[in-house]
Design a protein around this ligand. Structure first.
Ligand SMILES: N[C@@H](CCC(=O)N[C@@H](CS)C(=O)NCC(=O)O)C(=O)O
Length: 211
């Protein structure tokens, strides 16, 4: 049986949401963050090689890294769902966003969060973060002007990019860029509403929401 290890307020939300979209049977193991450091508890280090969430266990394999887990689950259980057919233009867009989610998009989101948590207020740092937000969010805003989901039809790329966008939308995670980073991006906001309206998002959210 597939086991999903879930850390509260973490990227493992993605994997629970994906499993629900695919209708997979799985066992959920919840791990609580250290209340002082907000880092992973020892129980997660016992499973995950770098102590990070998400991590899954399946057929004797231990698989960390959200993007890798998404690709593994789609290869094994997807039956062609939640990604465009290979070698189509839509597939290239899907691949782009699947990977940009944890790189080009996540970089300024994390930098903003770390500055907010640590009190760093350096003009050069802040200007880099603002510039990156303008680049990546500006591009996404244009893409979403012409389509409902980031690569056309709803796909696992939406599940990947939703997490950093929802971090930006969360009052729990402020940074020097302020709590309204998405304020001027109407298409991204409408996109998030569409995602949050999906029945399997609503179901997953109840499962991964902190108690
Ligand atoms: N790129 C990795 C990032 C994994 C990661 O940093 N996970 C965070 C939660 S979102 C974590 O485990 N943090 C706790 C810690 O590092 O102690 C992925 O997408 O899986």
């Amino acid at each position: 049986m597939l086991t999903i290890h879930h850390l509260g307020l973490s990227r493992s939300d993605r994997i629970i949401w994906l499993a629900e979209e695919l209708g997979l049977e799985y066992q959920l193991v919840k791990h609580d963050r250290d209340p002082e450091t907000f880092r992973s508890p020892p129980s997660l280090w016992e499973v995950s090689p770098m102590g990070k969430a998400p991590v899954i266990e399946d057929d004797g394999l231990v698989i960390p890294e959200s993007g890798a887990i998404v690709e593994y689950l789609l290869d094994k259980y997807g039956e062609g769902r939640l990604r465009p057919a290979a070698e189509t233009p839509e597939y290239i867009e899907y691949l782009h966003w699947l990977h940009a989610a944890e790189s080009t998009l996540m970089t300024p989101v994390l930098m903003n969060m770390i500055a907010g948590m640590s009190g760093v207020d350096n003009p050069a740092y802040n200007s880099f973060v603002h510039g990156e937000f303008e680049t990546v969010l500006g591009y996404m805003e244009g893409v979403l002007a012409n389509r409902e989901y980031i690569a056309g039809e709803f796909s696992a790329a939406d599940i990947m990019v939703a997490f950093p966008l929802m971090m930006l939308d969360s009052p729990l995670i402020p940074g020097p860029a302020g709590g309204d980073v998405l304020g001027s991006y109407a298409n991204i906001q409408a996109y998030l509403l569409r995602l949050r309206d999906r029945p399997m998002w609503l179901k997953a959210e109840v499962i991964f929401r902190p108690e």
